[in-house]
Unconditional design. Sequence first.
Length: 718
Amino acid sequence: MRRQVEEAVYRPCALAMIALAAMLSFVPAARAGETLYNGIVLPDSWPPVDSQTGATSAIGTCSPLRVPSWMQTAPAVIPINVGRQFFIPISTAGNPDGNNREFLVESMSNVTRTWHYGTYYSGNPLMTAVLPFSDGVWWDPAIQKYVLFVHDGTYSTESVGKWTSTDALHWTRASYVTVGGAPLASVQGIVDCDSDAFWLDQEETNPARRWKGFLMWKGQSMTPDIISPDGNSFTISLNLGNWGQQDRSTIFLNPFRQKFVYSIRGGITGCDRMRIYGETTRELWGTSSQPPLQDLLTGHNWEGADNLDPQWPGYNKPCQLYNLDCTPYESMMIGMFSIWAEPSGQADARWDKVNQVYLGFSYDGWYFHRPTPRTPLCPVTNTSGIWNYCNVQSVVGSPLIVGPADSEQLYFYASGRGIMPYGNFAIGMRQLRRDGFCSIDSGGTEGTLTTHPVRFSGKYMFVNVADAGGNLQVEVLDANGQVIAPFSKANCVAIAVDKTLYRVRWNGVNDLSAIAGQTVKFKFYLTDGQLYAFWVTPSAAGASYGYVAGGGAHYTSDMDTVGLGTVPNSPPTVTAGPDAKVMMPNTLSLAGTVSDDGLPTPPAAVTTNWSLVLGPGTVSFGSASAAATTATFSTAGTYVLRLTANDSDLSAWSNLNVTVKLPGDFNGDGLVNGADFLIWQAHYPTSSGATSDTGDANGDGRVNGADFLIWQMNYKPM
Ligand SMILES: [Ca+2]
Ligand SMILES: [Ca+2]
Ligand SMILES: [Ca+2]
């Protein structure tokens, strides 16, 4: 009954004693104030020691972790060059250091923040008789398939199977993982295997170390870090030894800081299960140069359950943290907290291990915001025989990102243990909109959200928004809150779509490059919609250059360097020219301009057309299809002309106001009288540069007798 190592076994935790001793003596070497990609400055001593965050918070009756000093406030100016940006706050409601400290949000009006938890896939369970015990789920660009590692087999023949899929739903066993050439099943003949973690490290430069793994061999003389070029054949790269390890421990990569982190089960007095944190550099991980794991972990008690985690109804038993898998997603680290609410003493022993998966969000990789009220992303069911009966836990690498590039879904996988008897396993999946953790919502009354000061180096702005029946416009403000022209709300092309990736545009300007590097704020105006994320990127295709967790078939690395995959067609840029005046029957020269990005291809050609929008008479164009042409008018008055350009897919236009005067009506008041004569007289003679406003009636740029004669012929004082 190997799997029963997962059961709670109350025994003194060696790690806790090590940690306690370390608090009194040794603190690992300091890093000097590392500044993160998002402007957060870490303290000199890192990772934090227990005293900085309060180790006792690991007990499920305590308050949440205090907001650490370096996270008490957002950076004065937040760089937003890495990944999609979310409206996720810093602090937990109910935190002893205050509720709802914001990171990116400076102010909100007439909007609400809603947390979302998705839905279970209707085809769950995806598989039975296999158990992803953290293990891992990934898109591997090298083989163009999704890869899923699972504990695969019965207790006595248990091994790790590597399954593959092309749709992330239907899976086929491709192989069994080997370690040192031997099937894991036979290696396990001498060990007590618990959870595993398999990490696809796509930034690794050594091909032999592309796949990394950590096998939680409980209570044995060795605990292996393993490496593989292909995710099939692993070798032990480092034996972490026996450090008093128990069960249910994993690793993850924090690529923002190029650190691998051991997320290790520990315990302190009164709490059997919490997390201890140990980080090492990507280069050192799993090599003989890596410091002993005890040294990495010592003093770094980390996350635990707290008094906001709901106890199981009817049982007065504080929650504990059973496992914590973390994954990089866009601009944040996501934590998948398996929270153990233990309704002990039930007739069905499976209820001793009630675990549900909750999400947390971290800007520094250490401190997590956990939304309240605590609602599980992956809940259990009370119905026996259903895959997620009583105990679900997270899968390393989750989520995958699946679906069309502008309508993506997140797939969070979860292990289930609910199908009879205990130990018969399953895997299910939870679906959530891309970036869909929380949204800023507005109803029929326009609401606004203004960000803290930010700085970017890109030039194209994108949003993830669901407002197909509403309206979203974005304004750019300077640090003092003044609108930076031309990035005003009025100039922003209204957005009414339901897309996970959609470009924001302003009329009359191609992009935001004019204000790149400046300190600005974004102000969002939203009606009847939900705004999930925004980002500014050098990619016209909308690539975020943030991290994509386990990836997806659309992606080629651990970052989104793809966006839509192709540069989306932009509408032509059109200018009709400045407003003009002309005196009848003269011809007005029109100097419109049109440019385009050459898309779509075909036809890679733009058609243009002049038209009359408003006016008292008719207009005749020299060539209505030429941007630069002439216009003549049938009668005096004010006309609105429009130059429209169409690239066969998108069109854009620009308007021009024309004042058409009667012959001799130099002041344009509709009368040809003495006042006009005085204008002619005042400018007579002029040899060049004259206009209809200064006495030139025939449009030759001069003021002379010919203009007087035109005035005289049309003189009509009443
Ligand atoms: Ca175009
Ligand atoms: Ca007049
Ligand atoms: Ca003239």
